[in-house]
Design a protein around this ligand. Structure first.
Ligand SMILES: C[S@@+](CC[C@H](N)C(=O)[O-])C[C@H]1O[C@@H](n2cnc3c(N)ncnc32)[C@H](O)[C@@H]1O
Length: 203
């Protein structure tokens, strides 16, 4: 079975579009088969975008696992002075996010493959609907890689479904030294706020 987190989806493209409607934003986004939630903006993503505090107005921000870009484009629209890195392993997602950012004239979105972010970039905010389905070990590796790159006062917000392990993920984050608290809870979704860990070195 094809997974939305494959690097190069082999399913033939089936272009479509969704609308993202938030109190401050109304965007039409191009989607395609082989990417996450192509028929409608995911409910968890919407809850995250309705719950997060405003991002820092400047600096570098990260959407970890951007898909076709609803989170990255919302960040960029709420922080027009910031550079928003939108990263994914799935090339079709990276391309769609880049196209959607261009169409919305959000030219400070950098939509790139995960290995293409310069190593010295640190993030004042990370927002993510993380790919829980890649499995616990891969999830932990992915979060370790990117949370270690928060600025000292940087904050991450993650949306995770309770039945997909939000409580155990929160515990694991705290055990690893990232102070994690639950800041919102709606339907089956939990928003985890994660602060930078003291042990992580500056670039
Ligand atoms: C739950 S989807 C969220 C997509 C998008 N942010 C949204 O809200 O619609 C998670 C995304 O993470 C991507 N992903 C999977 N493994 C990853 C990894 N190791 N690093 C970065 N992104 C990854 C998937 O390809 C997928 O697009």
């Amino acid at each position: 079975m094809a997974h939305y987190f494959e690097e190069n989806p082999e399913t033939a493209g089936r272009p479509g579009s969704v609308t993202l409607v938030l109190p401050d934003l109304h965007l039409k986004l191009e989607t395609d088969s082989g990417v996450f939630s192509p028929e409608r903006v995911d409910q968890g993503t919407r809850i995250l975008l309705e719950s997060v505090p405003p991002p820092p107005p400047e600096g570098d921000l990260l959407d970890l696992g951007c898909g076709y870009g609803p989170i990255a484009l919302t960040m960029a629209s709420r922080a027009p002075g910031a550079t928003v890195w939108a990263v994914d392993v799935n090339r079709r997602s990276v391309d769609l996010c880049a196209r959607n950012a261009r169409a919305a004239r959000l030219d400070k979105v950098r939509s790139v493959h995960v290995d293409e972010v310069p190593p010295d970039v640190r993030f004042g905010a990370i927002w993510s609907n993380p790919a829980i389905r890649i499995g616990k070990a891969a999830l932990h590796e992915m979060l370790t890689r990117w949370l270690s790159r928060l600025t000292p006062d940087g904050v991450a917000h993650l949306v995770v479904q309770k039945h997909l392990g939000s409580d155990s993920l929160q515990r694991w984050l705290n055990e690893q030294g990232w102070p994690a608290t639950r800041t919102a809870s709606r339907s089956s979704y939990r928003i985890l706020q994660v602060r930078a860990r003291e042990a992580d070195p500056a670039p």
